[in-house]
Design a protein. Structure first.
Length: 290
């Protein structure tokens, strides 16, 4: 994992001059445009979807335009439109938060790797099966949601504008549903099913690169056996200490603490100092970066 992180960090530095600010807004604007055009002519949506067989026959624009096909179905029904607007609003919240936390270059790389993996998986599936199965971008946007849920598990949304639900529970439900879709895709032995499996693996592969080290670090610093008995809790040392302000999970229980796998020693940061922090490293490495 360390080698992968070093490779990812180098790739991120090379991408910085080409990073796309407000990438989420661009994706949202594209989906809105496609939705409006499809309302005028329903055939337009089908002309933009990722269909490997059509791409092989020269319709190469589908390699880009599939990103802008609405990830959730939309019709003229008011409920469908409302759901679409809610999806776009939440996507904007997630993308903005990830870009603010990771930085523009890292977030651009996260989306770009997911897109490229999805394209490779779709085209390979089309070449192997020779069918016009449609590749969805839903799993790509699902990976953005899971990354957001990992970084901000306590964030609450009002489900149906009424029921407050923390995203960590929705993420767990998403993982279960995606696993069932993967199992169904493997089991039905069709081109569409295998394409779905490939897209699921491809769209979520970047989670292992970007979130995997953080998961390992969190598990490494989490004590086993659950909470200690009540008589020992007062004397127990803090589990997390922010290296910037010194806040701990005991002194500031309302704060969320994360471990940065790119910093030397994998130090902890509270949620107030995680975004935009300068990565720590050996003096020679820091001077080389400077």
């Amino acid at each position: 994992m360390g080698t992968a992180m070093k490779w990812l960090h180098r790739l991120q530095r090379h991408l910085e001059p080409f990073a796309i600010p407000n990438l989420t807004l661009i994706l949202i604007a594209g989906m809105v445009a496609v939705a409006l055009l499809s309302a005028v002519d329903p055939r337009i949506g089908g002309m933009l979807e990722l269909i490997p067989g059509r791409v092989a026959r020269g319709e190469v624009w589908r390699l880009v335009t599939f990103l802008f096909t609405p990830a959730v179905g939309i019709t003229s029904d008011p409920v469908s439109i409302l759901f679409f607007v809610m999806f776009l609003g939440f996507l904007n919240t997630m993308g903005t938060a990830l870009e603010a936390t990771w930085g523009t270059a890292r977030y651009t790389l996260f989306v770009l790797l997911s897109v490229l993996a999805s394209l490779v998986s779709a085209m390979l599936g089309g070449w192997l099966f020779g069918a016009d199965a449609v590749g969805s971008n839903l799993y790509l946007y699902g990976s953005i949601f899971l990354a957001f849920a990992w970084l901000f598990p306590e964030y609450e949304i009002l489900l149906f504008f009424v029921l407050p639900v923390k995203v960590k529970w929705l993420a767990l439900l998403t993982i279960v549903i995606t696993a069932l879709q993967f199992a169904a895709g493997v089991g039905n032995f069709t081109a569409g099913g295998w394409l779905t499996c490939g897209l699921i693996l491809a769209a979520h592969a970047n989670l292992a690169l970007f979130i995997g080290p953080d998961v390992v670090a969190r598990l490494r610093h989490r004590p086993l056996g659950g909470r200690p008995p009540a008589r020992f809790r007062a004397a127990a040392p803090p589990r997390h200490t922010c290296v910037v302000c010194g806040a701990t999970n005991l002194s500031h229980p309302d704060r969320d603490f994360r471990y940065c796998p790119e910093c030397d020693g994998t130090p902890a940061y509270c949620n107030e100092h995680l975004a935009g922090h300068a990565h720590r490293g050996p003096p020679t490495e820091r001077s080389a970066r400077g």
